[in-house]
Design a protein around this ligand. Structure first.
Ligand code: UGA
Length: 445
């Protein structure tokens, strides 16, 4: 099938590449000429395992093209995806200006019956707005061309995006017309083998499904962070509690890891946007508000542990100390720093007069862009380099390479011999046996 995709961000680029990989003819459109030029030369603007070779192979096979020319792309597509960003407005609701601008462009250029697919995460009711924007442009040109707007939210995880796209656990199709459902089923048929993963529903339910899924996962994390904080106060170990509850299939093992708070481009934004949607509909979302509040305070938790440790000391606390920070990205296998817990931690350390020696396997470039040059920040070449002259180690992101350090070596290298483990990577007893002080999340120390 012929497909056009607006937006070569995370969602658009991965979706377009996977659709091309199963044999569809895909044209990706972006307004950013430099990005489009780069993609045409095989330069991928994001770090995502497995994506680069796939983009190159499909581009070379002429199944995947990148352009800034919206008119040609719309002319190409029987199916036109909207996969542009929906950044939060000042009040937390999703800003639809980019989505609606694409809708107007579609209305301006379609010439044959087209299925317009909303893949961006958009509030309930957006499909109606997209439909109205397209209709308005069609009316302005005096054109009468059939089109339909379908909601088809994506559930990719950064770091696993290609695998999630190639092997989706569900394909949500929110549509009212049987023809549109048939088109979407045909498009996704290569991903829908063995058993039917397509869940058909009405458009508004599909839009809400996306938010409900992310809000549920965020709720699990905030819940566990709250349990961790209770555990810390009552002398229990949340890791034992986690193992004690995860085996109940009604609870499950996933997303019950306490830590330094959730970040990324989705959970913080989507929880807030859903809360705004509820408020606009006249309902105060008590649980969603709490999920967000818990996460906000959790992002400050590592610093609170650091302060607690140094306040116990004889000397003047955190001021003047140097902290090795392992991990800056909001989670492993990505260079994404959006809403990353590290950003709060670094700001708090600097505010308190400390110096940071930071290392992340992928996010160094992105961090340099965000933090710039400053005297109290040293960008390091390796995890080992970050330890150079450091008083203490803080682990913020659970990259595999941070999982089993030599604790004896840490004991020798860290002047204050203390480890703050923001992701509960280590066994406290093992760390302490090496002569280090250990602080984790909800581990009673
Ligand atoms: C999330 C969802 O998991 C995807 O299903 C969804 O498609 C995507 O948002 C989206 O809406 O686009 P993502 O933001 O890539 O994916 O990252 P996650 O792996 O979900 O992690 C989010 C945050 O939660 C990270 O900061 C992670 O460290 C934290 N987390 C996760 C925890 O603190 N504890 C856990 O047990 C799990």
């Amino acid at each position: 099938m012929r497909v056009a995709i607006f937006g070569t961000g995370y969602v658009g680029l991965v979706t377009g590449t996977c659709l091309a990989d199963v044999g569809h003819q895909v044209v990706c459109v972006d307004i950013d000429q430099a990005k489009v030029d780069g993609l045409n030369r095989g330069i991928i603007p994001i770090y995502e395992p497995g994506l680069e070779p796939m983009v190159k192979a499909n581009h070379a096979a002429s199944r995947l093209a990148f352009t800034t020319d919206a008119a040609t792309a719309i002319g190409h597509g029987q199916v036109v995806f909207i996969a542009v960003g929906t950044p939060p407005d000042e009040d937390g609701s999703a800003d639809l200006q980019y989505v609606l601008a694409v809708a107007r462009t579609i209305g301006r250029y379609i010439s044959v019956p087209t299925v317009v697919v909303n893949k961006s995460t958009v509030p309930v009711g957006t499909a109606d707005k997209v439909r109205a924007a397209i209709a308005e442009e069609l009316a302005a040109r005096g054109a009468d061309i059939a089109f339909d707007v379908v909601s088809n939210p994506e559930f990719l995880k950064e770091g696993d995006a290609v695998a999630d796209c190639m092997r989706p656990d569900r394909i949500i199709i929110g549509a009212t017309s049987a023809e549109s459902v048939a088109v979407m089923r045909r498009l996704y048929a290569p991903f829908n083998r063995n058993h039917d993963r397509v869940v058909e529903m009405d458009v508004r339910s599909a839009e809400l499904t996306k938010y409900a899924a992310n809000a549920m996962l965020a709720t699990k994390i905030s819940f566990m962070n709250e349990i961790a904080n209770i555990a810390e106060r009552v002398g229990a170990d949340v890791e034992q509690v986690r193992q004690g509850i995860g085996s109940d299939p009604r609870i499950g093992w996933h997303f019950i890891y306490p830590g330094a708070g959730y970040g990324g481009s989705c959970f913080p934004k989507d929880v807030q946007a859903l809360a705004r949607t509820a408020q606009q509909a006249g309902l105060e979302p008590k649980l969603l508000n709490a999920v967000e509040a818990v996460n906000e305070s959790q992002k400050g938790h590592l610093f609170a542990l650091i302060q607690r440790h140094y306040d116990k000391g004889e000397d003047e606390g955190v001021r003047g100390r140097t902290f090795a920070v392992w991990g800056l990205a909001f989670k492993p296998n990505t260079d994404d720093m959006r809403e990353a817990s590290s950003r709060r931690l670094l700001a708090q350390l600097w505010e308190a007069g400390a110096t940071v020696r930071a290392y992340d396997p992928e996010a160094m470039h992105e961090s340099q862009r965000i933090f710039g040059e400053r005297d109290d920040l040293v960008f390091c070449d390796s995890a080992d380099d970050a330890l150079q002259g450091a008083d203490a180690l803080v682990v913020v992101t659970e990259w595999k390479q941070f999982r089993s350090p030599d604790f004896q070596m840490l004991r020798e290298r860290l002047k204050d011999a203390v480890v703050f483990d923001g992701r509960n990577l280590y066994e406290p007893a093992e760390v302490e046996a090496a002569g280090l002080a250990y602080y984790g999340i909800g581990r009673g120390r």
